[in-house]
Unconditional design. Structure first.
Length: 298
């Protein structure tokens, strides 16, 4: 019996030649029956040549091949198959498919060769996530994901030309809302609160009103529409009535530096005109905005 090798990597094909020898020492090709690990030998195939077989190495581990001829001669071959260190399949599992915003979960990645033999996850394997999540490699095919943006997100694992995806859902939280928006959300919240306070103050003013200020506005309008002047009463007696005459260029009764506001008769009417009565019983007035006093004449 001849064989190409007794150690192979998954995917390799081993050629096995079986020969027999008669009592005279003649050697010839011998066809045999095969078993693998005491069961059916699925990976051994005959060829067009008598006594030549091929064995396709697929499953990692030790393999015991036994063969026998019609003359009940039995023999065996020990083979060792190792996995092919090229990723052909990826299995991605999430520790949770639903997590709160700023929460975390783990991604467990398992790699296989083309015959589904488990192999180490290559260091070059990349894990990416939508939603601006933070991805931390824990080694041995494990990654820790810290979420940020809410909504439906996708985890993508890629090794060489092979990639696999898994989806998960992030439930929004108040803390996560501000964290996702950063400083802009904080500023926006402050401005919204300030605008709300201003609106409440304006609404309160509109609902309650301010009668004093409103009356003053009406009085100002009346001042512009009605140029009449009225003298306040003194001691309960009415003063001169009727509109004030146009001021005449008469001398002031006293020097301007006199403070008539200290006089007992000093008054200011509703239109803002100042009035005072001298010792002779004569009334004097000064309209708002004027500098000189004028004598009142009925």
């Amino acid at each position: 019996m001849n064989e190409d090798a007794n150690i192979a990597t998954a995917g390799y094909e081993i050629t096995i030649e079986i020969t027999g020898e008669d009592s005279d020492g003649n050697i010839f090709p011998q066809n045999v029956e095969w078993q693998e690990n005491n069961g059916v030998a699925h990976d051994i195939n005959s060829t067009s040549e008598e006594g030549v077989y091929t064995y396709l190495a697929r499953i990692e581990g030790p393999h015991l091949l036994t063969y026998s001829s019609s003359s009940t001669v039995n023999n065996e071959i020990q083979l060792a198959v190792s996995a092919k260190r090229i990723v052909a399949h990826l299995n991605v599992e999430l520790s949770s498919e639903s997590v709160d915003q700023l929460g975390e979960f783990t991604v467990n990645v398992t790699a296989f060769d083309e015959f589904w033999n488990k192999i180490p996850v290559p260091p070059s394997t990349l894990v990416d996530s939508t939603g601006r999540a933070e991805i931390l490699n824990q080694g041995d095919g494990v990654w820790r994901i810290i979420t940020l943006d809410e909504g439906s997100q996708t985890i993508t694992v890629k090794s060489g030309q092979i990639s696999e995806e898994q989806t998960f859902t992030v439930t929004g939280t108040l803390e996560g809302f501000f964290e996702a928006g950063g400083v802009l959300y904080y500023v926006g919240a402050f401005l919204a609160a300030a605008i709300g306070i201003v609106l409440l103050i304006v609404l309160k003013i509109v609902l309650t009103g301010d009668d004093d200020e409103w009356d003053e506005d009406e009085e100002d309008d009346a001042d512009e529409a009605t140029p009449e002047r009225r003298k306040p009463t003194r001691g309960g007696a009415a003063g001169p009535s009727g509109p004030a005459p146009a001021p005449e260029p008469e001398p002031e009764p006293e020097a301007e530096e006199n403070d008539y506001s200290q006089d007992e008769s000093y008054r200011i009417d509703d239109e803002g005109t100042e009035w005072w009565e001298d010792d002779a019983g004569t009334w004097w007035y000064r309209q708002q905005g004027e500098a000189d006093w004028a004598q009142w004449e009925d």
